[in-house]
Design a protein around this ligand. Sequence first.
Ligand SMILES: NC(=O)c1ccc[n+]([C@@H]2O[C@H](COP(=O)([O-])OP(=O)(O)OC[C@H]3O[C@@H](n4cnc5c(N)ncnc54)[C@H](O)[C@@H]3O)[C@@H](O)[C@H]2O)c1
Length: 366
Amino acid sequence: MNKIDIEIPKQKEYSYPVIISENLIEKAEEYIKHCTKAKKFLVVTNETIYPLFKERFKLSGSKFLVLPDGEEYKSLEYANKIIDSAIEDKLDRTDAIIALGGGVIGDMAGFGAAVYQRGIDYIQIPTTLLAQVDSSVGGKVAVNHREGKNLIGNFYQPKLVLSDISALDTLDLRQFKTGLAEVLKYAFIENSCRENGSFFKFLKDNREKIFAKDRNSIEELISTCCRLKSIVVNHDEKEKGLRAILNFGHTFAHAIEKTTNYTKYTHGEAVSIGMVWAFEFALSLNIIDKDYCEECINLIKDYGLMTKPDENIDENALFEAMTIDKKVQQGKIRFVIPKNNFKVEVISNIEGNDVLDFLKNIKNSY
Ligand SMILES: NC(=O)c1ccc[n+]([C@@H]2O[C@H](COP(=O)([O-])OP(=O)(O)OC[C@H]3O[C@@H](n4cnc5c(N)ncnc54)[C@H](O)[C@@H]3O)[C@@H](O)[C@H]2O)c1
């Protein structure tokens, strides 16, 4: 069992533990009763996850709300169903909402918890690799608007995160790889979080065990990612500075997702392509060495992650999507650019023409 404390500087009362182990869903009651005084629990999940875990999840005072499965339901309309259900079940300010699911359920249940009666306790039980290494930690909660993803949201910390690695047994390969894209991202940014990291080597040496979902390897992998995220988030809870490095690969990724209407690629697929492009872009600007660029892209390839889109995406559409992304400040595109030796840097003065030329060239190369 691994326990990582996510500390919120200046607001110690909002700090919370992340527990990473097997069979935590069965033991939920034991952990949850220690972190909240709630007597009633609204467990938000979806119709895919519910049949998988309903028998395993035991917590007195809990009631399930089963929502449809899909990013398209991460909306105010469905967040309102969480509120309706909380009102119907007469949850008061001392009760709690539990998210049992992937990042979609986590973000939406967290949003519901943040706004219901100005905020009630909230517990995350992430069931996808992406949610265990990324979305369950850090306190970002949101729903989508038709004009863009996560446009309506806030920062709201859970009381507890229970990452049950046995939940990953039922996750399909595509979703597992989606999480792995975020995992590899941590390896590429590690030395900007702490010195002398060895996560890249761990991932290189343990690929087969990771794909076999070997318990120790997965526990170490999730723990390392959460530890790295916690270092960053501890410094920068509300994304003013250091936290931006977590967006490595994401500026291109968000543009890919947006130009393909969020339907063609999973977030992780877009992120792995985005990281490849970020390495290629940095190479074209002579920011990284060719050997380092190849070493990193080879890890992405070894993990069987996507390195390019499987269709031509118009470079002007991609560029336009990048310029309306939240990562644009004062008209300049903000890039998390890789540097040698698993470091990254946030650069805000990249010329638009350089980006457009790069997108044109990269399109011609696949
Ligand atoms: N809050 C944050 O900091 C943050 C960070 C990254 C991503 N996100 C958000 O996370 C969402 C993506 O999360 P995701 O990748 O987990 O997608 P998801 O929640 O849609 O889950 C992916 C699929 O896996 C299914 N599933 C979940 N757990 C399963 C299990 N154990 N076995 C079998 N199937 C299972 C789900 O029903 C769904 O069909 C996006 O909405 C994104 O915006 C938030």
